[in-house]
Design a protein around this ligand. Structure first.
Ligand SMILES: N[C@@H](CCC(=O)N[C@@H](CS)C(=O)NCC(=O)O)C(=O)O
Length: 204
């Protein structure tokens, strides 16, 4: 059984959601946030970056939530969370899965971090966020989820950032994304993950 190192209010929920979809359990080790909302020092003993999620499977220690999602579908032989390999749809999904942390994450943090600290969000941060939300809304034009009728890895990956955006009121002007986020929150795997480990976004 894999071990999941799960920080409170974190991206670890993505892995828990997928594990629930796959009907798999894990040995979950929970970590509380510090007073300054950072990861505790003990996570640095798990992975040099001291962040979560990290999974351990035998002698493998794997960080980065997108890689963890890919690892889990491969480990458990799941073909239902990615389009068919080698197709155009497969590569579009790969790009979306990587897009979430590689490009969208920093744009979201550019808006969230000032809001979290009670500061004004700069015009340029707002403009960047609007640009990305409009891109994602466009990617949703073919179905209720990013790749059609069913949530895939990229949708699971998207959830954490959407939770933060909603928490700080940034989805009010984008009804298509707000409705998408609502649909994601109705997924059984999401509901199970949040019931087990608590919400992704910090309380108000
Ligand atoms: N790109 C990484 C980001 C990991 C990350 O930043 N995790 C946050 C929690 S969501 C964390 O550990 N923050 C605590 C800290 O940096 O002190 C991923 O997708 O897993």
């Amino acid at each position: 059984m894999i071990t999941l190192h799960a920080l409170k209010y974190s991206r670890a929920t993505r892995a828990l959601w997928l594990l629930d979809d796959l009907g798999q359990t894990c040995n979950r080790i929970d970590y509380e946030r510090t007073e300054t909302f950072r990861a505790p020092e003990s996570l640095s003993g798990v992975h040099p970056l001291g962040k979560s999620p990290v999974i351990k499977d035998g002698d493998r220690v794997i960080g980065e939530s997108a890689t963890i999602l890919r690892y889990l579908v491969e480990k458990y032989g799941d073909a239902s969370h990615q389009p068919e390999r080698g197709t155009t749809a497969f590569w579009r999904h790969e790009a979306l899965l990587d897009y979430v942390e590689a490009s969208f994450g920093e744009v979201v943090l550019g808006a969230i971090l000032p809001a979290f600290a009670g500061k004004d969000v700069t015009e340029s941060a707002r403009a960047a966020l609007e640009h990305h939300l409009s891109y994602i809304a466009g990617e949703l034009s073919t179905g209720p989820y990013l790749c059609g009728d069913k949530p895939m890895l990229a949708d699971i990956q998207m959830s954490y950032l959407l939770a933060l955006l909603e928490r700080f009121g940034f989805l009010k002007e984008t009804p298509r994304i707000a409705a998408y986020w609502q649909r994601l929150q109705e997924q059984p795997g999401y509901i199970a993950a949040v019931a087990a480990a608590g919400p992704m976004a910090p309380p108000g």
